[in-house]
Design a protein around this ligand. Structure first.
Ligand code: NAI
Ligand code: MG
Length: 352
């Protein structure tokens, strides 16, 4: 009997809806080859829905997703809808309700890609950013006072909990022990004197349980510079919500295009569905033209297969991504080519 996985699809806005069908095409090829099937339920939750109905998703949206085995999301964001509405009306409720406390963002410089960074040679850069995804700087604790008066103020509290940081570190150290055995912790304990020394302390505590991992820590500003100057130095990088967000976009740019970068929002305990999405947004500047790079969504689908217990199928996908970039000159515009999303996808499937 073949295993069936129930996938909730949220295409979202702009190119989100253009990159998910290629990901589905690839998934279906692999299901046939590796003996599993996927059934999809599609949700039209988006900024366009917000403009029509006043909410990104229905009030019982989270409950509708609960029974899914995984969620595959395109991107949300639409001119005229403030970005905090799209983020806090859909993505953040999903991440938090489903306890997706790990945001995993792998970055590779593939053969055949011209990185804007001279030192980023293909094959040498292979990094995973493990970003905290539920607390830290992106907290709801705070408020505004005295709106419109000269003494108007805004306060935003960063929240770091022992439980929240520890479970993330355990995930990151475990991953490092399965990969190259190296881990770098992003900190800023020179300037941020409460939360970041606490973060450093917890890193030291957890490191004691992973003697096989060689670890160090870098202040985030210096780390950003080193990501540009010597990106091949890094293997697993663990970071808070804000630092991990910035660092992984920087790393995606080092890898040649934000259109390639994938992300997984994981609930490692599997009590709830995890969510997989490209790092890029809805790209209103190119939406509707059929020229979006589908690799970020396709690689995110590979991460989903890995999570669902099909690592060999996931590897087939990353191998095909590497092959299409190394062995052909078919590329979308963001990578310097002229191919459409559909042509790029067809070529990749040919090599799958
Ligand atoms: P963006 O990632 O949408 O676009 C940045 C630049 O990269 C644009 O020039 C775009 O054309 C290009 N680009 C992005 N993905 C591409 C792809 N797959 N193929 C080819 N080119 C690609 O980021 P931006 O412009 O800051 O945000 C646009 C909207 O997307 C905003 O409303 C923002 O809030 C939203 N957004 C949503 C995210 C999500 O749903 N997770 C993440 C980031 C932004
Ligand atoms: Mg980001």
């Amino acid at each position: 009997m073949t295993t069936n996985h129930r996938i909730a699809l949220i295409p979202g806005d702009g190119i989100g809806a253009e990159v998910l069908p290629p990901a589905q095409q690839v998934l279906d090829v692999l299901g046939r080859r590796h003996g599993f099937s996927l059934s999809y339920t599609s949700y039209d939750w988006s900024c366009e829905r917000y403009l029509r109905e006043g909410a990104m998703m229905p009030a019982d949206g989270i409950d509708q997703l609960r029974e899914a085995d995984a969620i595959l999301l395109g991107a949300v964001g639409y001119p005229g809808v403030p970005d905090h509405v799209s983020l806090w009306g859909l993505l953040i409720p999903i991440r938090r309700s489903f306890r997706q406390y790990v945001n995993l963002r792998p970055i590779r410089v593939f053969e055949g890609i011209d990185s804007p960074v001279r030192g980023a040679r293909p094959g040498e850069v292979d990094v995973v950013v493990v970003r905290e995804n539920m607390e830290g700087e992106y907290s709801e604790v705070g408020g505004r006072l005295n709106s419109g008066f000269p003494d108007e103020i805004a306060v935003q509290e960063a929240v770091f909990t022992r439980a929240g940081v520890t479970r993330l570190l355990d995930y990151a150290f475990t991953l490092a022990s399965q990969r190259g055995g190296r881990l770098t912790s992003a900190t800023k304990s020179n300037g941020i004197i409460h939360t970041m020394p606490f973060w450093d302390q917890l890193v030291t505590e957890r490191a004691a349980s992973f003697p096989q991992v060689a670890w160090d820590q870098e202040h985030i500003d210096a780390l950003a510079a080193k990501f540009v100057l010597e990106p091949a130095r890094f293997d697993v990088v663990v970071a808070s919500n804000l630092f991990g967000d910035i660092l992984s976009d920087l790393a995606a740019a080092v890898a040649g295009s934000i259109g390639i970068a994938p992300a997984a929002n994981l609930n490692p305990e599997r009590d709830f569905p995890s969510m997989f999405e490209p790092v890029h947004g809805s790209a209103p500047d190119i939406a509707g033209q059929g020229i979006a790079n589908p690799l970020g969504a396709i690689w995110s689908a590979a991460m989903m297969l890995d999570h669902l217990g099909h690592p060999a199928a996931a590897r087939d996908i990353t191998d095909a991504i590497a092959a299409v970039l190394a062995k052909t000159d078919v590329r979308t515009r963001d990578l310097g080519g002229t191919a459409t999303t559909a042509e790029f996808t067809d070529k990749l499937i040919e090599l799958l």
